[in-house]
Design a protein around this ligand. Structure first.
Ligand code: ARG
Length: 377
């Protein structure tokens, strides 16, 4: 059940680990194949080599929804309130004065669109044209929160224009013909598909640790986006990070995952690079940084454009409890050894809609307030 107008809502969440009380879980409903666009490399083809476009087949949507609904049920059974977005007709084209695109994608990965910091939920300045109106699926919820919580701040970043000037338009064109080293060296030199024409960021490029917010510079967030976040949150410290050897630097939650005060997890294949002077921020503040266990799978599921490192895209329910994908046995074993209660659920059918459990959710309320976990800057 979604929130009804009589349920009182409080929006409050400062980090990724405080006890969770209220969350949004995305839906696969009306999901479409991602249309071709400058910002995005992956396309799906049928057996005749024709690009798949428009609505996804109903049985694929149903399987995704089954797992998303189950996630919602498991959270509810633990006393966590769950809201769901209202899918719109994502097969509609988008036409603005600056671009046209034949369809949208869907509203499963709530994390990508909504950034909760304290009593504010911010709609991101997303770089994909096909995701331009994705926030509309969350508007019924955000409007309800606005009516219910007098302290809730509903914010939206400036809408990007997403004209051709916002992209290196030929960035992915020859990727099928160039070698992997070229793709890696391009990323390691921080040469990404988006330009610095305007502010661009996805909410999932940020991870929150109280006063400190780490933001990934990559395909979906540019330097202007990070600068905008820095100005928008003057009481926080925004740290630019990027990750080496990642051919598709999109969203921070398979690369750096804070687990609880003093403990973070990094992707062993993607060394993290921080701003000069901040390289030892974690060490200087007594944080342990563990390398994530290797994924249990060597291949991603069909229709999923993300890497096998969705293994580390779990959701923390409190500093002692995590909810993870059930087949990710190595990751789950590692979390168990780190002292967590590990709840497991099936989720691989949901991957096709934009990622794993962390991607599919967005915080509304976690207990606790804004603390400084990195006093030694
Ligand atoms: N770039 C990540 C990987 O493939 C996927 C991140 C997905 N996260 C999300 N919030 N949608 O390793």
């Amino acid at each position: 059940m979604s929130a009804t107008p009589t349920d009182r809502v409080v929006v409050n969440s400062w980090n990724e680990w405080d006890p969770l009380r209220h969350i949004i879980v995305g839906v696969a409903t009306n999901g479409c194949f991602a249309p071709s666009e400058h910002a995005f490399k992956y396309h799906n083809y049928d057996e005749q080599g024709r690009e798949l476009t428009g609505p996804m087949p109903q049985h694929i949507l149903d399987k995704g929804n089954e797992e998303l609904d189950n996630l919602a049920d498991v959270l509810r059974k633990r006393g966590i309130r769950v809201d769901r977005p209202t899918a719109i007709d994502f097969s509609q084209p988008i036409i603005t004065p600056d671009f046209q695109i034949p369809s949208m994608i869907g509203s499963m990965p709530a994390r990508d669109v909504l950034l909760t910091v304290g009593n504010e939920i911010l709609e991101a300045a997303m770089s994909y044209r096909s995701r331009y109106f994705e926030y509309l699926a969350y508007r019924p919820l955000l409007q309800h929160y606005f009516e219910s919580d007098p302290n809730f701040v509903h914010a939206a970043a400036p809408k990007p224009r997403c004209s051709d000037r916002s992209y290196h338009v030929d960035f992915f064109l020859n990727d099928r013909f160039v070698n992997h080293e070229h793709i890696i060296s391009r990323a390691n030199n921080q040469h990404y598909v988006t330009t610095e024409e305007e502010v661009l960021f996805d909410a999932a490029d940020a991870t929150r640790c109280g006063k400190d917010i780490f933001v990934q510079h990559g395909f979906t967030t540019n330097l202007k986006g990070i600068d905008w976040l820095r100005r928008h949150y003057p009481n926080h410290r925004i740290h630019k990070v990027y990750f080496l050897n990642d051919p598709d630097p999109i969203h921070i939650d398979c690369s750096l995952v804070p687990l609880r005060p003093g403990l973070a997890m990094c992707n062993p294949n993607r060394p993290m690079v921080m701003e000069p002077g901040k390289e030892t921020l974690f060490e200087r503040n007594g944080w342990e940084v563990v390398m994530a266990a290797k994924p249990a799978h060597t291949k991603q599921v069909p229709l999923c454009s993300y890497s096998i490192w969705l293994s580390m895209n779990f959701l923390t329910l409190d500093p002692k409890t995590v909810i993870c994908e059930e087949t990710e046995v190595h990751q789950n074993d590692q979390l168990d050894k780190l002292g967590f209660e590990v709840i497991t659920i099936p989720f691989r059918n949901a991957y096709a809609f934009g990622g794993s459990i962390h991607c599919a959710t967005a915080d509304v309320y976690r207990e606790g307030d804004c603390q400084d976990y990195f006093p030694n800057q």
